[in-house]
Write a protein of this length. Structure first.
Length: 235
């Protein structure tokens, strides 16, 4: 019954490659963003005539724009992958699932709930995708401990998001106070510092889970074939 609700197993290789590609690009831009912001903070220089930005500030703005574009691509690719790997779970023998594939996407957008739900869904995907757990009793997998890689990924993601939101609020407040501009830059650096490990761990998660699901599904298929052969011999 769960397999029918989940649909057929579809490898997540394609969406995984897109997600990992965008995440890797965000790694490079996190470094570029940190460097460009530090340069502006250490040697802000003077604006050109008529209020134009100097070259260092233009570089910082360009990196910021690229980060926004890559962030949009990362969100789309990662959520498509996350939805697919959760939808595959019933076809791999998952039972008593706590969440639906919709929560893999919606959990990021529900206020307050988004502080914990994506972590819970990722934990469920991890435990039911792990081929070493094949054949375990079908207990709710969220009773299991959170793997460190997931805990650190989610902690870094939240810290990066909080710092980025604060920086953006200051930047778009319309203030020209040098102190507030400096504060915005500091929070921008903090966001980039945490974004780097968050993206690095996400690349690892995407790669491991995608590979595991193929292995786990093969185990399920072999088990089904073995059961069918045994039933034929008995009959």
């Amino acid at each position: 019954m769960n397999q029918q609700r989940g649909g057929p197993f579809l490898p997540a290789d394609r969406t995984a490659r897109w997600a990992q590609g965008f995440l890797t690009a965000s790694l490079a831009l996190a470094v570029a963003g940190t460097v460009s912001t530090l340069v502006v903070m250490i040697a802000p220089g003077a604006p050109f005539a008529d209020g134009e930005l100097d070259l260092k500030q233009l570089l910082q703005a360009l990196v910021g724009l690229l980060q926004v574009l890559v962030w949009i691509g990362t969100v789309i690719a990662f959520l498509m992958w996350f939805y697919r790997v959760h939808k595959n779970l019933p076809a791999m023998g998952a039972r008593n699932l706590e969440y639906s594939p919709g929560w893999a996407v919606g959990g990021f957008f529900v206020p307050f709930l988004n502080l914990a739900r994506p972590l819970q869904v990722m934990r469920e995907v991890w435990h039911w995708s792990d081929p070493s757990g094949y054949g375990d009793d079908p207990l709710p997998r969220n009773l299991h401990a959170t793997p460190p890689v997931i805990g650190w990924w989610w902690a870094c993601f939240l810290l990066s998001s909080f710092a980025s939101n604060i920086s953006a609020r200051i930047e778009f407040s319309g203030t020209s106070s040098p102190d507030l501009v400096q504060d915005s830059n500091v929070f921008s650096i903090v966001a980039n510092v945490f974004d780097f490990p968050a993206a690095l761990l996400a690349v690892k998660l995407v790669g491991n889970i995608t590979k595991w699901q193929l292995e786990r599904y093969n185990q399920v298929q072999q088990g089904s074939a073995g059961a069918a052969a045994s039933a034929t011999q008995v009959g």
